[in-house]
Design a protein around this ligand. Sequence first.
Ligand SMILES: Nc1ncnc2c1ncn2[C@@H]1O[C@H](COP(=O)(O)OP(=O)(O)O)[C@@H](O)[C@H]1O
Ligand SMILES: [Mg+2]
Length: 376
Amino acid sequence: MPLDRLTFQGLRNLQALDFRPGPRINLLTGANGSGKTSLLEGIYILGMGRSFRTRQLRHVIAHDAEALMLHGRLAGDPPVPFGVRRHRDAPELEMRLAGERIARISRLVETLPLQLINPDAFRLLEGPPAGRREFLDWGVFHVKHDFLDVWQRARRALKHRNALLRHGRMHDGSLPAWEQELVHWSERLDGLRRAWMEAFLPVFEETLTGLLPLPELRLRYSRGWDRRRELAEILRQGRESDRQMGFTQQGPQRADLGIRFGRRPAVEVLSRGQQKLVVSALKLAQGRLLEASTGRTCVYLIDDLPAELDSEHRRVFCDWLERMHCQVFITSVDHDALVDLWQAETPVAMFHVKRSNSGEGQLLPLDRQTSRRSSQ
Ligand SMILES: Nc1ncnc2c1ncn2[C@@H]1O[C@H](COP(=O)(O)OP(=O)(O)O)[C@@H](O)[C@H]1O
Ligand SMILES: [Mg+2]
């Protein structure tokens, strides 16, 4: 379901806004520093409970505001309102969904599946495994219903084992029991991830071939523990070494998505431009698989598209977005780079983020045909 209304207050430099996005493609243009990325950041916080620019949400609160308030509404019958609020002096994020307070961020994530493509996106390839694990688990979470429960149980067992080892309680009677629990849920988790990967791979390969054929590129899931050994044995034999390290060294918490080109890690071989295309293909494939397997669509946030892709690849990329049924928010400083990419029948809504002399950003709708600011 697309977002049909967004009301934001206290978000960085943006004036309070009440925004009616279009159901499909939304183009947001404006000068540097007008607030385009902040707008995407607002949508991201609504769906993820955190920012992609800072670890500390209070940095997102406008300097002169007491709180950040973000509300969204999913189109539907009835529509689904949801929102988050972060007060300057309160550490926690208040979250609401369909009129009720909620405690878990996973409820937001479930409500608003999001994919972000921004200038940092290539870090998915070159950064630490945590980012790739998150990418993988996003897919599994949205497609496999029991994922969250299984993941939480595995994590709970892992925490207990780590705590026992750290406190030197190696001979505590509960250690084997927690290890057994950890093995059980880790194997379930591995099974879910593996099944999702099997469905994801062909979708990814097809998407990538359309963007940039790289037949030698391989994605490989690794479960986080030695391929030739049982986790139970690894844990039992690794107690002393895990105790010295202070944590469990193998298990599903170490799973990764290896991205290789031929025999080498893709980051060592591919150009930055090629890396961006691979990441774009990964993220498009996530949305395509979500649509194909659940009928749900995800919202794409694409920051500074022209900086990410050259004009030829931009066209193929937008072609995929058009073929999907997803809602998209795309920003650029350059209006002309975005307008001619779409088929006449695709609904395109255009907005301009205007920066005032004092630095405040204001969101204004633009008329598609004339590309001039509408009288509203
Ligand atoms: N907490 C804040 N309160 C007010 N303004 C902020 C805050 N954080 C950043 N800004 C300002 O918001 C402006 C918008 O930034 P940004 O969204 O990155 O613009 P764009 O993506 O359009 O280039 C910047 O000028 C920045 O200085
Ligand atoms: Mg920006």
